[in-house]
Design a protein around this ligand. Structure first.
Ligand code: NOJ
Length: 531
């Protein structure tokens, strides 16, 4: 858990067979890159069978591989090849809903008396003929769709094609136990659990209360507070059940929750620190601006998580604008400071493919959009394609993602300006900085597992200690400054010319510069002049 995770969006990672879609063999072909980078585990966005209404997040078979991504033999090979490089493989588990093409739902909707009718959330219209309650889908619009064949509505917290499962039903719980066991038996190291905070809904399907002015952006957007369609107390029993299952094997498996909630609620998903999620994605952090607000979020997280709990830090994923664009405004200096932060906090950094080369968002034209949300809401919202464009391996036609002449499923960004091959050759590149920070972390116990403690610093500078001997300082401002009170030696600077520079009592730190330093010199611990 103290290692570094890396999210792969398989369809956009590497195409091995010339169909323009990334695939499992493409991942196998690039494991050397991940090993070189020092990655300990990869999380694959869904590779299971899906009609792709939501690109894999609408699952039609939880225990089979999507044919255009590969075969089960290739998946097994991926596990083996990754293991040989000490890389563990985690899968995306989507328990909140299935595809409307899943056999469970086909049976469920076939009649009121169907064997699996109760596996999904069905409800009658209200007496006045209106939808069963006021819940809104997180993808917009009502969360209920009428199924004319049986005259009832089914719940979908996302697309109409993603009916929500009924987690009050013990058979659903057992079916998921079997799914987890199936993949654990194949050697997966754990699961990233999609929207795990909303799987259980209010048993009485009560209306959500209206949003107030104090509520967050999302509540304002939907006009209601998500009180009854998510974060119900009973969800913790299900997560505890999965934790017991994950730990019932010779080697413990990691559970990482997608938990888009405030930090006090996030803390609850760690249970007592050892009985629920191992890691929970911190959305206030991901959504923060890259300034003093972020320090507050980190401090709050450190304070609120139960003892023994381990935070997770992410800047980008397949749903959120990439950090090189969102936090760093496509400024490479800021992106370097951001990757230093992610890799130097206490907790598990989860990089998204392309973060290591400072890849930013790529604007995708309306006619090329593949994300259903972009297609639905453009031009008000351009969807999530900008952060799903193909990985940029080299400056050639096809970008090293696919063969020349093949048309990729989404367009490329600027492969000339940003690609793995060129950055490999450049000792001052973001890629080499990322690799060196990961290596430093691996070999420096304080940086890997030491406690986090904020340190007083001039305005604009965010500084913290890790354990006894490591100091991290980031200048998140546009002005050069000096950081007083410590002596030691820079281990890695975002400006690599400063690596190994010694400082005594004061260290200058330029605008948007970052430093990881040791407070020991020549094998001895230096005195802190001003704690
Ligand atoms: C969260 C996933 O990350 C996102 O891509 C997906 O659309 C929704 N959950 C629904 O599964």
């Amino acid at each position: 858990m103290s290692g570094v995770l890396y999210q792969i969006y398989p369809r956009s990672f590497a195409d091995s067979n010339g169909d323009g879609n990334g695939d499992i063999q493409g991942i196998i072909d690039h494991l050397d890159h991940l090993e070189w980078l020092g990655i300990d585990g990869i999380w694959l966005s869904p590779v299971t069978v899906s009609p792709n209404a939501d690109w894999g997040y609408d699952v039609a078979d939880f225990c089979a591989i999507q044919p255009d991504l590969g075969t089960m033999e290739e998946f097994d090979l991926l596990i083996d090849c990754a293991r040989q490089r000490d890389i563990r493989v985690l899968l995306d588990l989507v328990p909140n809903h299935t595809s409307d093409q899943h056999p469970w739902f086909l049976d469920s909707r076939s009649s009121l008396a169907a064997q699996q009718r109760d596996w999904y959330v069905w409800a009658d219209a209200r007496a006045d003929g209106a939808v069963p309650n006021n819940w809104v889908s997180s993808f917009g619009g009502p969360a209920w769709t009428l199924d004319p064949a049986t005259g009832q509505y089914y719940l979908h917290n996302h697309l109409v094609e993603q009916p929500d499962l009924n987690w009050w039903n013990e058979d659903v719980r057992k079916a998921f136990d079997d799914i987890l066991e199936f993949w654990i038996a194949r050697g997966v190291a754990g699961f990233r659990i999609d929207v795990c905070n909303i799987i259980i809904k209010d048993a009485h399907l009560r209306d959500n209360p209206p949003a107030t002015e104090e509520d967050d952006f999302e509540a304002q957007l939907f006009g209601q507070r998500s009180v009854y369609n998510g974060n119900r107390p009973e969800v913790h029993q299900v997560i505890q059940r999965w934790r017991r299952l994950a730990e019932s094997h010779d080697e413990s498996r990691v559970l990482i929750g997608e938990t888009p909630v405030k930090i006090d609620v996030l803390a609850d998903y760690y249970g007592d620190g050892a009985d629920e999620l191992h890691l929970a994605f911190n959305f206030p952090f991901i959504s923060s601006t890259f300034d003093a607000a972020m320090r507050t979020i980190v401090e709050e997280t450190e304070t609120l998580l139960p003892p023994g709990a381990w935070p997770a830090w992410t800047g980008s994923n397949h749903d959120m604008s990439r950090f090189a664009t969102r936090w760093a405004n496509d400024d490479p200096f800021k992106a370097r400071a951001a990757i230093m932060m992610l890799l130097s906090l206490r907790g598990t950094p989860v990089l998204y493919q392309g973060d290591e080369i400072g890849l930013g968002d790529t604007e995708v034209a309306h006619e090329d959009m593949r994300d259903p949300l972009g297609v639905l809401y453009w031009p008000a919202y351009a969807g999530r394609d900008a952060m799903r464009t193909p990985m940029q391996w080299r400056d050639t036609e096809g970008g090293g993602f696919c063969a020349p002449g093949v048309s990729p499923w989404l367009p490329f960004g600027d492969v000339k300006a940003c690609n793995v091959e060129d950055q490999h050759k450049d000792p001052g590149s973001m890629l080499v900085l990322t690799r060196d920070l990961i290596s430093l972390r691996r070999h420096t116990p304080d940086l890997r597992t030491g406690q986090y403690a904020s340190v007083g610093a001039p305005q604009g500078i965010w500084a913290w200690r890790r354990g006894e001997d490591v100091l991290v300082a980031l200048n998140l401002g546009d002005h050069d400054a000096a950081f007083e009170g410590f002596s030691g030696q820079i281990l890695i600077g975002t400006d690599r010319r400063r690596d190994a520079e010694s400082f005594s009592g004061s260290v200058p730190i330029r605008a948007w510069e970052g430093l990881v330093a040791s407070l020991r010199t020549k094998g001895e611990r230096c005195k802190t002049l001003r704690p």
